[in-house]
Design a protein around this ligand. Sequence first.
Ligand code: HAM
Length: 441
Amino acid sequence: MCRTDDSGAAWAWLDWRDVPEIAPPRGTRDILPPDSYAWRWLLDTHRSVVESYGYQPLDTPVMESTDLFARGVGADTDIVEKQMFTFSDRGGRSLTLRPEGTAGVVRAVLGKRLDQEMRPVRVHYAGPFFRAENPQRGRYRQFAQVGVECIGERSPALDAEIVEMAWRFFERLGITGLQLQLNTLGDRDDRARYREALVNYYTPLRDDLCDDCKRRLESNPLRLLDCKADARFAEKAPLIWDLLDAGSKEFFTTVAEMLEDADVVAHINHRIVRGLDYYTDTVFEIWHESLHGQQNSLGGGGRYDGLAEALGFPSTPGVGYALGVDRSLLVAEQLGVVPPPRPSCDALVVSVETPQARRAAAIARALRGAGLRVVLDVSDRRLDRKLRNADKLGAPLAVIIGEDEARDGTATIRDLSRRAQETVSEQAMVAVVTDALERLA
Ligand code: HAM
């Protein structure tokens, strides 16, 4: 039972046997060691690839005003209609846990007028995103993305740069079996023509459409192409390519040519429309053969020249991508390309009796001061148990401060793989440990 005492502490009367374990919320996961090393590998690899193209790190809040996504991503998209975690704050303002990053990044960059100091603004980010989807393998309610946005200039060279970076990132991870799907959605006028063509095509089929699509026929006909229930109609729907003007076609052709120059193999797929409303011109997705159905996309992105205006800023072009961390790691693990976790510890410092704990702590401090990763164990467990822990931590060396060492001002350094050991003076200890680690590396 859980009652509160006078001070309000809920745990004061707790009988632990009655308390059920608390699980993480549905669709969320803990990332524990050693998996956490794989995450770090992926994030570090992404940072290193995109920073080699001059992208700078940026962070935005995980919660934003709901309006940002309604206006940015589009009120008629699945994300905004069905997948947002939205709540009121204490002042009654509607907030949403970010389902994607682009709208927030554009808000942040243009809100601070960064584009007036430098054009284009090249930024990258990594972090958690939230969508209330039906959880399954590769699809979570909290998931992570790494992404880039390039804001302030319109040029096919930038679209090609973005796609190439995503490709180089997967290459660097060692992920093979990818397919790059590339399309263009044209500019605003092309979209208006396409919208009309879709309305003309779908209107005679209206009675056979699902309820969502009946509504979308009026509000946002492009979304009809995404509907799983009505996929059979999408196959014969008009293609945007046939309605593009010459300028849009030329822009896209240049993007495709520049990707060819970079040895990035693109499959032109005029059915890719993406699930977010802000795209114009280039759109792309990166699929992996091992992921099926809806979860086959490791990432996607494209150009969004109308987004800034939709958010109330002066018209500013932009292009970017986001790649799913969770899905990319699933594939990397399947392919066996995740590097083994790096041991988290260079040396374990142990003292056997409590009186030696302060000396052991000072020695650990000195070793850390020399740049080493050191775990201090002054618990009252037996020495052999402690040394077994060193194995689990991956520490190749143990520094032992027993009674003799404490008395003589020495430390015993044990090489755990060879089971050899030597006792050295405290002054020599840092140098001996550092040399031994170098020899073992
Ligand atoms: P998105 O296609 O909605 O694009 O998401 C990008 C990637 O995030 C997906 O391809 C997938 O790998 C991952 N992802 C999405 N939802 C989930 C989920 N529920 N569970 C696991 N992974 C998921 C965007 O978010 C755009 N902001 C991309 C962009 C940036 N466009 C321009 N700039």
